[in-house]
Design a protein around this ligand. Structure first.
Ligand code: SAM
Ligand code: DTB
Ligand code: SF4
Length: 345
């Protein structure tokens, strides 16, 4: 068992492996750590849409950009729980509620989110929220309400962060993740590809995630959905093999993590999505909408799962966070570099 941090050169060498070898290694890791042919279905709901003061260049909900998303009032608890119940009936086992907030502020809106979390748990679903930055006390309050996971993405590498978001820093992101982890909530953190970042930026983002002790329990890999009105509206579409490589590298570096094939599926072929699952993705956003943009319909996804012979994972099948000392790191395949190269900081 190895516990040293992964090095830059090792992660990049993995990413650059011949695609079939990379997938082969990822398959091998996947089979050793997960039930084969099983996928987690997560349904998203935006409980507070639009009007966000942050300037994330990819985001249709930022108030800095003129997009078709109009600010809305926060949803009420009953309506959210009806949506959660419906998601459960359709087969989702995790329900993730998003708010277009820079940060959590104590008060009635946060209290409402706490009620939503309690209600979602009472339905037997895993509960996840994504609310922006938070502090230790707020994380503990969410934990006490039964929250399973908090989504807070790194989005890109530390080096590239400033070119995508100027209203907060990469270190702000890491601080929130620490509060989440310290409260005993599982961490969901990943990023986006297709924002003009380099391959090294992508590898660095995965390296930062994989070097966390322990690594996030779930890692969403999003392909940018270019939304008119945002600075990234004309970004070049993501090449599916690049998404496959990201997923395979995430799977190899973080053997026990749920790797989620996230935004961008509406534009992808079924075959490309199947290749992502072959490379180690074992979770999907399920439902016709992500937060504000389209996702494949339930019928399309049901057909995809059926045709691939995939089954849906039961809720809470995951073990609680493992202690740092017992985190297993995958031994590098010979061709990706020597052990010393792989693990030098
Ligand atoms: N405001 C909170 C925050 O930023 O953490 C929570 C909601 S925010 C919309 C959640 C994540 O959605 C972002 O971190 C980003 O990774 C993803 N996202 C937003 N817009 C996207 C887009 N156009 N394409 C792909 N992913 C996107
Ligand atoms: C994540 O990594 N992707 C989801 C979820 N976490 C919250 C959000 C994707 C949003 C895509 C753009 C939209 O629909 O607004
Ligand atoms: Fe706000 Fe989150 Fe969108 Fe950034 S990604 S603008 S923080 S809702």
């Amino acid at each position: 068992m190895l516990t040293q941090p992964y090095s830059r050169s090792y992660v990049r060498a993995l990413y650059d492996r011949p695609l079939l070898q990379l997938i082969d290694d990822a398959r091998d890791v996947h089979r050793r750590h997960h039930a084969d042919n099983e996928v987690q279905l997560c349904t998203l709901l935006s409980v507070k849409t639009g009007g966000c003061p942050e300037d994330c260049s990819y985001c249709p909900q930022s108030s800095k950009y003129d997009t078709s998303v109009e600010p809305e009032k926060m949803l009420d608890v009953d309506g959210v729980l009806k949506s959660a119940e419906r998601a459960r009936e359709l087969g989702a086992t995790r329900f993730c509620m998003g708010a277009a907030w820079r940060e959590v502020k104590d008060g009635p809106a946060f209290d409402r989110v706490i009620e939503m979390v309690r209600g979602v748990k009472a339905l037997g679903l895993e509960a996840c929220v994504t609310l922006g930055m938070l502090n230790d006390a707020q994380a503990q309050k969410l934990k006490a309400a039964g929250l399973d996971a908090y989504n807070h993405n790194l989005d890109t590498s530390r080096e590239n962060y400033k070119s995508i978001i100027r209203t907060r820093t990469f270190d702000d992101r890491l601080r929130t993740l620490d509060s989440v982890r310290n409260a005993g909530i599982t961490v969901c953190s990943g990023g986006i590809i297709g924002m003009g970042e380099s391959i090294d930026d992508r590898c660095e983002m995965l390296r930062t995630l994989a070097n966390m002790t322990p690594p996030p329990e779930s890692v969403p890999i999003n392909a940018l959905v270019p939304v008119p009105g945002t600075p990234l509206e004309s970004a070049k579409p993501v090449e599916p093999f690049e998404l496959v490589r990201m997923i395979a590298v995430a799977r190899i570096l973080m053997p026990k993590t749920r790797v989620r094939l996230s935004a961008g599926r509406a534009e992808m072929s079924r075959e490309a999505q199947a290749l992502c699952m072959l490379a180690g993705a074992n979770s999907l956003f399920y439902g016709e909408k992500l937060l504000t943009t389209p996702n494949p319909s339930g019928d399309e996804d049901t057909a995809l799962l059926r045709d691939m012979g995939l089954t849906v994972e039961a809720p809470a099948a995951y073990s609680p966070p493992v202690a740092a000392a017992s985190v297993e790191r995958h031994s590098p395949p010979a061709a990706a570099g020597s052990l010393t190269e792989a693990y030098s900081a």
